[in-house]
Design a protein. Structure first.
Length: 400
């Protein structure tokens, strides 16, 4: 059975700090507003849906308690619609979409909604890290070091200079600004409203379109302090060939801390007939994989090849590539390993410019790629993300 994409929506991304436009909005409210938008846009009989899977990278506090079920009921959906909460760090949002697709492919459900949400201004990163970072027996065995150290290790091993990563960041800002100016995100953005119905935010708030290589050169490396505090020694124990880590990453060439949510509606052909909807795309394949946990950011190439193999495809079959811009060096390595030209990857900018609401980004990228495939009259796109502790996810979508 095929798994079709019928619609997708996302919020704009708000700065993930107390003065950000979305700070007053809870995660369940962001997800609720997107669920309501999907129902209204499609005149959807929600009783036709089987499940809603919404994940986040910090499933604690107000983001815990199976948030998906709370949002389903808050949005006024039929009470028969289930809810599930998942967590695979930054891979979560895409994984939620893939899990819905897998159930449709297996014939176990007819339709569902997958995606993610993250309020980074209201929930502190690291609340749920657990044994991975906090239990010495686990952390020492796996040579744990913060993600930024891993990004700088990639730059060191691959020879990317400060100018290389800063130039990539500037290009991300340029592409994102152009996409907004041209209205490329217009059909998928749902403005977030307050309790009075007034619009709080209708655009990605994190962007800095005036960024230049010269302006970024003034920023100090963000992760050198972690390295000198002891994590450099940990990393060198795993990679003894490294004499000195080249600290090149900072806030301007790393993913932005933001609030946001994204959802994708996936269903069978039969669901579309019953709901009176036409599919816009189909999910061809998906995959997950583990990678070396000290660097922890190198999974995208391997998991992309796994997804390509699962879909019976090769790199030549992919028209557009989308890799979450966790750090600039992650994308530069991916391009080199997969031999992807600049004009086929992250064509509308990425998380360096617009921000990375951890659990939501993967679902947002599915929509970004589908919209762009339609705009360019192309066929197939591959979406992939690296994730903490050496994880990676990928999915391939095709236009119908």
């Amino acid at each position: 059975m095929e798994a079709y994409v019928y619609d997708h929506v996302r919020t704009p991304r708000g700065k993930g700090r107390p003065d950000g436009a979305l700070h007053e909005v809870t995660s369940v409210e962001m997800a609720t507003q997107l669920l309501q938008a999907l129902q209204q846009r499609n005149d959807l009989d929600t009783s036709l849906l089987d499940d809603v899977i919404i994940g986040m990278a910090q499933p604690v506090g107000e983001q815990g308690g199976v948030l998906a079920r709370a949002a389903v009921l808050q949005a006024g959906y039929a009470q028969t619609v289930g809810g599930q909460q998942i967590h695979r760090f930054c891979a979560t949002g895409l994984d939620a979409v893939s899990l819905i697709a897998a159930q449709v492919h297996a014939g176990m459900i007819q339709a569902g909604i997958g995606g993610g949400v993250e309020s980074m201004s209201r929930t502190v990163m690291g609340y749920d890290s657990g044994a991975w970072t906090s239990d010495p027996a686990v952390a020492c065995q796996n040579h744990y070091a913060p993600q930024g150290i891993g990004a700088d290790m990639i730059a060191t091993l691959d020879g990317y200079t400060r100018e290389d990563v800063d130039r990539f960041a500037v290009e991300s800002q340029r592409k994102a600004a152009n996409a907004w100016e041209q209205g490329y995100f217009k059909k998928s953005i749902v403005p977030v409203k307050d309790v009075l119905g007034e619009v709080l935010l209708d655009h990605d708030e994190h962007m800095r379109p005036g960024t230049t290589v010269d302006s970024l050169a003034k920023l100090k490396p963000a992760f050198e302090g972690f390295g000198k505090a002891g994590f450099e020694a940990v990393a060198k124990a795993r990679y003894p060939e490294i004499e000195d880590i080249s600290y090149v990453h900072h806030g301007g060439n790393s993913s932005g801390i933001v609030d946001g949510s994204g959802l994708v509606m996936v269903g069978s052909k039969e669901f579309g007939v019953k709901a009176g909807l036409k599919p816009r795309g189909r999910i061809r394949s998906y995959a997950n994989i583990g990678s070396e946990p000290t660097i922890m950011l190198t999974a995208p190439s391997a998991v992309s090849r796994k997804a390509l193999n699962a879909g019976g495809m090769t790199e030549k079959d992919i028209d557009l590539w989308e890799l979450n811009e966790a750090f600039a060096s992650v994308v530069l390595r991916y391009q080199r390993e997969m031999d992807i030209p600049d004009d086929k990857i992250n064509v509308n900018g990425g998380a360096i410019a617009m921000g990375h609401p951890l659990g939501a980004t993967g679902a947002m990228l599915v929509g970004t790629v589908l919209d762009e495939l339609e705009r360019r009259d192309l066929n197939a796109g591959l979406i992939t993300l690296c994730a903490a502790n050496g994880l990676g996810t990928a999915a391939i979508i095709e236009r119908v």
